[in-house]
Write a protein that binds this ligand. Structure first.
Ligand code: FAD
Length: 457
């Protein structure tokens, strides 16, 4: 492709938010280079959203693919910011017009029990690596960390992801117990219809399988769980109705998936046995004005073979990028602009903290639009003028546009070409020849739904 003067934007993370911004910018004639830490740019669509969401996953991945096929987008896989490329080098040496951070939220919020992280892998798991394993362990060539699953596992959390974790546990424990007894059970049937119905049809109970079920512990109550959205301006009547719906939904989930739910419990201490975490001490709460308030002296000990903490995800920090508390230090959520770096912007889950595809896409679009119209002050007319102009008249166009711009000046074709050359050198290093479709086909994981009889649970 013949490059024209204009702008070139780096985007780290090519999933929902990153692809949305790349799509918006590239459609307007802004060059983008997407650096993605993994081979494929699907982020939590592939490694978070549980693998039973086959249609949603495929639909979202297609949307990402469409954006990446634009000729203005260069894709650089297997390249992690802060690891393969450092932030200072990107800012000082590559010469991008702007840098976008769409790197999601891959770090689990630490469980607030002193010293408990020493027991990760020894009775304690965190949600993000656990769900990664859950989504991929069926792949014949899976080489990641292996996770044990136990009946009686305790999940800590109250968000939607924690419900997925407990559903995954119940599907695995019931599914494996049934298979051990010679019953043919299908993973997707277990998820769709729920273990309770499958057991009923086989005239079996959890007792018959020797299972007691897993438990979800939450510091507040079912009505505080985000099972249904509640508009900010909801009146008392609407609020009560939404609370009833949430309670009913939680009850239905328990009935179908056969787990126990314990409201108003916060973990405060660990129970150890030798080298392993053997349980937790919980403080019982009451909920006052939506907040948990400890009930003095009300503690219980819960013994369990496994704890999975699912209390939220926060961004993995990158050396050199300013932080505020647990997150990047952005000036405000709508622009995502990073404090002290006028041309660096964060977008998607990394900023919103909300584990939601729609929110990530909307935020990616919002920040992309801000970069395009406010930061770069780019106009569709510039694109036409720069892309279509004959070589001899081009420098006049560039001078005219640059003098009209208070904002970031245009990069010359040579500057953009130099960025692309560096990007291509990295592509070569990681073995990507620029053919996205071929690369995608090569790296797409084996799908559970295509495994037929060999489908493991
Ligand atoms: C268990 C679970 C269930 C969910 N269920 C739903 C659901 O039912 N409905 C729904 O709407 N949402 C759901 N979500 C949330 C949804 O999947 C995510 O919120 C959304 O996909 C996030 O998109 P994103 O682009 O902001 O971030 P991500 O998908 O996290 O994308 C970030 C990208 O950046 C890459 N990256 C990270 N660090 C670097 C780095 N340093 N350098 C380069 N690249 C990097 C990652 O590999 C990734 O591709 C669920 C999430 C989980 C965990």
């Amino acid at each position: 492709m013949q490059l024209h003067p204009g702008h070139c934007v780096a985007i780290f993370g090519g999933a929902v938010a990153g692809a949305e911004a790349a799509g918006l910018l590239s459609q307007q004639g802004i060059y983008t280079v997407i650096f993605e830490q993994n081979a494929l740019p699907y982020g939590k669509i592939e490694d978070g959203l549980p693998k039973w969401h086959v249609k949603l996953r495929d639909k979202e991945e297609q949307k990402i693919d469409e954006k990446l096929r634009n000729p203005y987008v260069q894709f650089v896989p297997n390249t992690k910011l802060g690891d393969d490329i450092d932030f200072e080098t990107i800012i000082k040496k590559w010469g991008f017009s702007a840098v976008l951070l769409a790197i999601g939220a891959w770090r689990d919020r630490p469980l607030p029990v002193e010293g408990i992280d020493a027991y990760v892998g020894k009775g304690l798991y965190y949600q993000n690596p656990f769900i990664y394993w859950f989504n991929h362990y069926h792949e014949p060539n899976f080489s990641g960390e292996t996770f044990e699953v136990h009946d009686g596992t305790v999940v800590i959390g109250g968000g939607l992801a924690s419900i997925d974790v407990i559903k995954a546990l119940m599907i695995i424990t019931v599914g494996r117990a049934l298979r051990e007894r010679g019953h043919k059970v299908d993973f997707f049937e277990l998820e769709k219809r729920g273990p309770a119905r499958i057991l009923d049809e086989l005239h079996l109970t959890m007792d018959d399988l020797g299972l007691k079920g897993c438990s979800l512990y939450y510091r507040r109550t079912a009505i505080n769980m985000p099972l249904t959205p509640i508009p900010e301006d909801a009146d008392e009547r609407r609020l009560q109705k939404a609370y009833e719906v949430r309670e009913r939904m939680m009850k239905k989930l328990q009935d179908e998936f056969l787990f126990q739910f314990h409201e108003c419990h916060s973990p405060v201490d660990k129970i150890l046995e030798g080298e392993r975490l053997a349980g937790l001490v919980f403080q019982k709460n009451e909920v006052v004005d939506g907040r948990p308030r400890p009930i003095p002296g009300a503690f219980i000990e819960v013994r369990t073979p496994l704890v999975i903490s699912s209390i939220g995800s926060i961004p993995e920090l990158v050396p050199g990028i300013p932080v505020k508390g647990n997150v990047f230090n952005f000036t405000d959520e709508s622009t995502g602009q990073i404090q002290g770096y006028p041309n660096v912007f964060a977008l998607g889950n990394t900023v919103t903290g909300r584990g939601n595809i729609k929110d990530s896409r909307q935020h990616g679009g919002l920040v992309g639009q801000h970069v395009l119209t406010d930061f770069l002050a780019w106009k569709e007319a510039y694109h036409r003028a720069l892309a279509d102009e004959k070589a001899e008249k081009l420098s006049e166009q560039v001078t005219a546009i640059n003098s009209a711009l208070d904002a970031q000046k245009l990069l010359s074709s040579e500057q953009i070409s130099a960025i692309f050359d560096r990007a291509k050198a990295r592509q070569k290093q990681v073995g990507f020849d620029g053919d996205y479709e071929k690369w995608r086909q090569k790296h797409l994981p084996v799908r559970l739904e295509n495994m037929g009889e060999n489908q493991p649970i």
